[in-house]
Design a binder for this molecule. Structure first.
Ligand code: SF4
Ligand code: SF4
Ligand code: SF4
Length: 272
């Protein structure tokens, strides 16, 4: 039973968030929303423990499609970073602000970049591409993320400063156009660098939040040095170029780990 503690723990965390938000915001949507996400993630962790090959992909599709199609396209919520700025400027703690607080700002203190491995609707599509293991060395162009981060903030701030009318409608279209651009750039970069996760490594503005917060993550893959035979297989299969054999928080590309567990699955000695 001990091995099922993790899915139960994930469910408990999300249920706590679901009930707290339901009662404090007096809105039953939060109960359904976070219960659904918590159940999907727990199911994925459960399937992973049962050694089901597509466990992570199932969660990615369950959560990613729910946010993209239901929250984004049907409920007209901009769940991208522009939506976060929008709600922040209006001073309303709703939708994208709550989503960012839970999944991308405070949540990573517990589950690191689990969002990137199991829920992001951009990576959900990029992970279908053929370059699961990067075929080219990492580039030194990660600074681009700060430009896209600043651009998203300036875009929304400009709408407020110019007192543009019907910003809500603009935010809906920004969500659609933004996603089309993300997918296009993500696919082009993945093919150019032969690396599915190139967009995540160099362009994604959300990593400006995710990277520093996940540095302190409670949940992380560690290496049992007594079992490790330094074969290097874990580093070879890692989509994010993490040196997972180094247990320090300063490990190479440590804040890039998306908890995909490819290293764990491929370690011949069960050292991870
Ligand atoms: S880095 Fe950005 S695009 Fe990649 S999975 Fe994380 S949030 Fe999604
Ligand atoms: S795959 Fe396992 S044994 Fe090989 S280097 Fe990594 S942790 Fe060590
Ligand atoms: S392969 Fe291991 S170290 Fe690399 S991202 Fe996945 S879980 Fe993290």
């Amino acid at each position: 039973m001990k091995k099922y503690l993790m899915p139960l723990m994930m469910l408990a965390i999300f249920e706590t968030v679901a009930v707290t938000l339901w009662l404090t915001k007096d809105n039953i949507f939060y109960l359904f929303n976070f219960s659904y996400i918590g159940l999907s993630i727990s199911l994925g962790v459960f399937l992973f423990i049962r050694k089901k090959k597509y466990a992570r992909r199932i969660v990615q599709l369950l959560v990613g499609l729910y946010i993209l199609i239901y929250l984004g396209l049907i409920c007209n919520e901009n769940m991208q970073i522009e939506g976060f700025w929008y709600y922040l400027f209006t001073g309303v703690f709703e939708a994208a602000t709550i989503h960012y607080a839970v999944a991308k700002i405070f949540g990573p203190l517990i589950f690191g970049r689990g969002w990137c491995g199991y829920a992001c609707w951009t990576a959900m599509v990029l992970d279908f591409l053929p370059y699961k293991i990067p075929e080219s060395p990492r580039k030194k162009i990660g600074w681009i993320r700060y430009i896209t981060f600043a651009a998203s903030l300036i875009f929304v701030a400009a709408l407020f400063l110019a007192k543009v009318g019907n910003i809500e409608r603009i935010m809906f279209w920004a969500f659609i156009v933004g996603n089309v651009i993300y997918y296009a750039v993500g696919i082009i970069l993945a093919c150019a660098f032969k690396d599915n996760r190139a967009f995540c490594k160099y362009i994604c503005p959300i990593t400006v939040f995710l990277k520093p917060m996940s540095y302190f993550s409670l949940l992380r893959v560690t290496c049992d040095k007594n079992k490790c035979v330094s074969c290097g297989k874990c580093k070879k299969v890692c989509p994010m170029d993490v040196d997972v054999t180094d247990n320090s928080r300063k490990r190479l590309n440590g804040t890039e780990c998306i908890l995909c567990m490819e290293c764990v699955k491929n370690c011949p000695k069960g050292a991870l």
